[in-house]
Design a protein around this ligand. Structure first.
Ligand code: CP
Length: 328
């Protein structure tokens, strides 16, 4: 695995399996049944120039669970980038202050540009519509755990990705990671204009997966094992697009009625979150709250052990953790 985690393109199947095995070992620490101080004295720079709840807080918590400390910057206003400082200078400076950096930025490619100027590991916490590699890793971790719980094989599974597949960075990273697995069936459903980028569809097909598109959710999906819904990323729309998408219908909403009528009783529902709860939003309905098929909060919980695994691996402490483990 490389020194940074900027894109899932840098990961092979062995890397993913290795990180999953480390995440499994992190579970007791993530749940505070065990304690380690293996990163004591280390400092994480958590630089978030775009809104976040899960990624920022869970990276922060993961670093603290390993015994480290965290410095947070949120928004451009409280960074000297507001005074015109470049990514290069910010990166050089931060590299002298901290031992690892997580960065989220609204521009695609910006986190990779930032990483070029620093010596410490940089993790892409989301770069505009580009990628979100740690989310994809925790998603794959969730899928493997849920399939093990249900006693289902992952090989040959049918996954339905729906919502904003054009601007949703989580699905860009996820579909590439899934393409490393044994042949899968992947169905894509998105509003017109928000389709998965063709180069990603071609990549998945070239690796031997069966990939199909459907215009909406108004048909039977009773052989689907996992629905991965995503939010329409309205913040990435131009003013013109906002107008044309103002009338988005409910054709893409995943709710209890859709699940009961069109899916199987064991179909899992995932979503990277946040789901949009504003009137007229069309992603994942709250009427599924409490339904065991809804895996979204098990998925968010899995963010901590997977992000601990990423830190342990990038900071080369994974082999020290077992020796350092203590009971609470
Ligand atoms: N899934 C995710 O990236 O959530 P946040 O935007 O809250 O970090």
């Amino acid at each position: 695995m490389p020194a940074h985690l900027l894109s899932v393109d840098s990961l092979c199947r062995d890397d993913v399996d290795h990180l999953i095995r480390i995440a499994e070992r992190m579970e007791p620490i993530a749940q505070r049944r065990k304690v380690t101080r293996v990163l004591e004295g280390a400092v994480l720079g958590n630089l978030f120039f775009e809104a976040s709840t899960r990624t920022r807080i869970s990276f922060n918590a993961a670093f603290c669970r390993l015994g480290g400390s965290v410095c947070d910057t949120t928004g451009f206003t409280f960074s000297s980038m507001a005074k015109g400082e470049s990514l290069y200078d910010t990166s050089r400076v931060m590299g002298g202050y901290v031992d690892a950096i997580v960065m989220r930025h609204p521009e695609q490619g910006s986190v990779a540009e930032f990483a070029e100027a620093t010596q410490v590991p940089v993790i892409n916490g989301g770069d505009g519509p580009g990628e979100h590699p740690s989310q994809a890793l925790l998603d794959v971790y969730t899928i493997t755990k849920e399939f093990a719980r249900l006693g289902k094989p992952l090989a040959g599974a049918h996954l339905l990705l729906t919502g904003d597949l054009k601007y949703g960075r989580t699905v860009h990273s996820l579909i590439k990671l899934l393409s490393l697995y044994e042949p899968l069936r992947i169905t894509l459903v998105s509003p017109p204009g928000l389709e998965m980028p063709p180069h990603l569809v071609d990549l998945v097909a070239s690796r031997g997966h069966r990939i199909e598109t459907r215009p909406n959710l108004a048909e039977s999906f009773d052989d689907v094992d996992v629905i991965y819904a995503t939010r329409i990323q309205r913040e990435r729309f131009t003013a013109e697009m906002s107008e044309s998408f103002a009338e988005l219908t409910s054709d893409f909403v995943v709710d209890r009625d859709f699940l009961d009528r069109r899916c199987s009783p064991t179909t899992l529902v995932m979503h990277p979150l946040p789901r949009d709860s504003r009137p007229g939003a069309n992603d994942l309905s709250t009427d599924l709250n409490g339904d065991p098929r809804l895996a979204i909060f098990r998925q968010t919980d899995n963010g901590i052990p997977m992000r601990m695994a990423i830190f342990a691996h990038l900071l080369q402490v994974e082999d020290l953790i077992e020796k350092d483990l203590r009971d609470v």
